[in-house]
Design a protein around this ligand. Structure first.
Ligand SMILES: Cc1ncc(COP(=O)(O)O)c(C=O)c1O
Length: 367
């Protein structure tokens, strides 16, 4: 057939705004880390990704093993998932949409609202996905810096506002600082009439939510995840609560079978096992406070109070990378962010008591 161009040149074929996108920096799987470190998988203390150290609920594991219909496509309208979430959240199914992790919902929201020339406000430092998806959609990321306590200043946001700003992402409690944004500030953001996406991935560890504002404010979306408190990170399940008209819009652009059958089965069973899951959340919250106290007692270390299942620490200048590498050699995997204001920090997910003991002991020796 006749060629329509001189030669296929990949770089020229890629749409201009995607030629140099910086992707999200994810964590490595533990198997790869164990192999690289020459350690056994069982000996690793993996506290780098805010996963649940207790795993899925027993009922979820039983239901997954019992289920026989993995060869059938899941429900594109997520009926059972949305019904189960309706009982849990108190919002009708028409207010709910599930995704392959809340990451997928962040992506879908950006695809629906952000195009070339549009702006997205990122309350930095924060979770890295918002800026990635905004740029993938051709949008421009406006970083509004949090203050030294990682709090959001409405005055700073106001200075960055113009008619091109369409979406404001707020993680609450924030990742990686663990700090909480007061409800008055959330309300201030909603008053901008931009789409305000409040990512409550860590809601169950703080019990604070702005979901009560959803019925009066159509420009608010609340995101949650089953990765953290439910221990289902590997199954990829998150959900959003939002105006039913917005649910319909997102439903129309999502992949038809975005929530897989295993995630559906595990969710329904997990929500029948909330006593077990909540007691694990309580254990993590207790351990968070113990970890916080232990870290606070280390020389030269600054710790921020956390409302999530992790704790952020700042070490003396230049020490954080060395610490991360030394801890890794000891089989303790922690999270480091090569980003402004975080280069002297490490984030530790709250593990089981024995994991936290190992971490604290190692840090005491190193410092
Ligand atoms: C604030 C925040 N939002 C979303 C996610 C992604 O969650 P999911 O596993 O549901 O995609 C994370 C994961 O660490 C997170 O910290």
């Amino acid at each position: 057939m006749k060629s329509v161009r001189a030669a296929f040149r990949l770089e020229e074929m890629v749409v201009p705004h995607l030629r140099q996108v910086e992707g999200y920096v994810p964590v490595e799987p533990p198997e790869a880390l164990a192999a690289a470190l020459g350690l056994s998988l069982e000996s690793l203390v993996k506290v780098d990704a805010n996963e649940n150290p207790y795993g899925p609920s027993p009922k979820a594991l039983e239901a997954l093993a019992r289920y026989q219909r993995y060869h059938i496509y899941p429900d594109p309208f997520q009926r059972r998932v949305r019904q189960a979430l309706a009982s849990y959240t108190g919002f009708g199914p028409e207010w709910l949409l599930a995704g392959a992790g809340s990451d997928e919902l962040i992506d879908l929201l950006a695809r629906l609202f952000v195009g070339p020339g549009d702006r997205v406000i990122d309350l930095a430092p924060t979770f890295g996905m918002y800026s990635v998806v905004a740029r993938v959609c051709g949008g421009e990321v406006v970083e509004v810096a949090r203050d030294d306590e990682f709090q959001v200043s409405l005055e700073s946001v106001a200075r960055s506002l113009d008619s091109r700003v369409k979406v404001i992402f707020l993680t609450n409690p924030n990742n990686p600082s663990g700090t909480l944004t007061p409800m008055e500030t959330v309300k201030g953001l909603i008053e901008t009439e931009c789409l305000v996406v409040v990512d409550e991935a860590y809601f169950e560890f703080c019990d604070m939510t702005c979901a009560g504002l959803l019925r009066e404010h159509r420009n608010l979306v609340v995101l949650r995840t089953c990765s953290k408190w439910m221990g289902l990170a590997g199954l990829r399940l998150g959900y959003g609560i939002m105006d039913p008209a917005l649910v319909q819009r997102l439903m129309a652009i999502k992949n038809p079978y975005n929530v897989n059958a295993a995630a559906e089965v595990a969710l329904v069973a997990s929500l029948e096992d909330t006593d077990v899951l909540q007691s694990r959340v309580a254990a993590i919250v207790r351990e968070r406070e113990r970890l916080h106290q232990g870290l606070k007692g280390l020389p030269g270390v600054r710790v921020w109070p956390s409302w999530a299942n992790f704790v952020l620490c700042r070490f003396p200048p230049g020490e954080a990378v060395r610490m991360k590498e030394t801890l890794a050699r000891l089989g303790i995997i922690v999270r480091y962010f090569d980003r402004p204001r975080l280069r002297d920090c490490l984030r530790f997910s709250v593990g089981r008591p024995e994991d936290n003991d190992r971490l604290l002991e190692a840090l005491r020796k190193l410092l």
